[in-house]
Write a protein of this length. Sequence first.
Length: 352
Amino acid sequence: MLRYRPTDLLAYGESLLTHAGLDAEKARAVAEILLEGDLLGHNTHGFAQLAGYLGELKSGAMARDGGPTVLADHPAAITWDGRRLPGPWLILKAMDIAMERAARLGTCTVVIRRSHHIACLAAFLKRATDQGLLMILTCSDPNGESVAPFGGLDPVFTPNPISAGIPTSTLPVLMDVSTSATTNGLTGRLHKEGRHLPAQWVMDGHGEPSADPAVLFNEPKGTILPLGGKDSGHKGYGLTLLVEALTGGLAGHGRADPKEGWGATVFLQIIDPRAFAGLDAFTRQTDKVTQSCRASRPAKAGHAVRTPGEGGLKLLQQQLLDGVGLYPSIMPSLASWSEAYQVKAPEPIPEA
């Protein structure tokens, strides 16, 4: 992978997005979250999404102007219509409100219908854990179906990720997992490259498990398996239904409504441990659990046990110093946008 200075990538992303019609605040928010995704190593949900966002802005499928419509506002429960505005910007705005109210009320939940895509969920979490706050963020896209229910052949769901940021007195836990065995981003990328998945995470249209993402595109079309696969996919199936209830259910808008295009329905909750047993008591418990995990004897020699997000945080610090490694297909996907908007792409860092 070619490496780029984080500041150069941020400026490049902001410039493309402002040329596409976003105001400075929205462009900065989107570019920051995409960059954070790549810094943490989520290279299918960082700058890999930027070309798609630019296309959506050009077509009008992603809204540019204004803010969300408030549909309900109780002290600790808020519902927005996101009006198909940029998802990363909506989430950061919702976090600001939820963190302020959680400081007064102990918790605050924001659900958003009709957001556009929200990028990498893990990219938002450290903003909360740095303030000693517990954050839960999950989403679904009611406009798509690529994951079958356990025991079925026909797709009903999208990969429906669940994420959580858990503060400790040292490294936070940053969990970001799909309730399916893999994601649309990875299967789409590998299919284009003619490569296989590392395990049988999909099934063909006859219900046979496969590691070849091509089965998702061939007739009869296959689907992504729920988390747990053919053996224990009932667990991922249950979690997927929970995500649907927290997102589409609470927002009152989802798969029962007409499709509008690529987007997201969102559940975001901030919990302040200070309102419960206290932050010190909270981190005393989370410290003990995470320390016990790291002290567990490794099942594979030389591979110490880590907590979720630990590898990503280490990678983030390394890439802030050495440059961000972008997946090889990302810059070529942005070349036509650079040309159209006369925005010069950043130069890669010369190899030592």
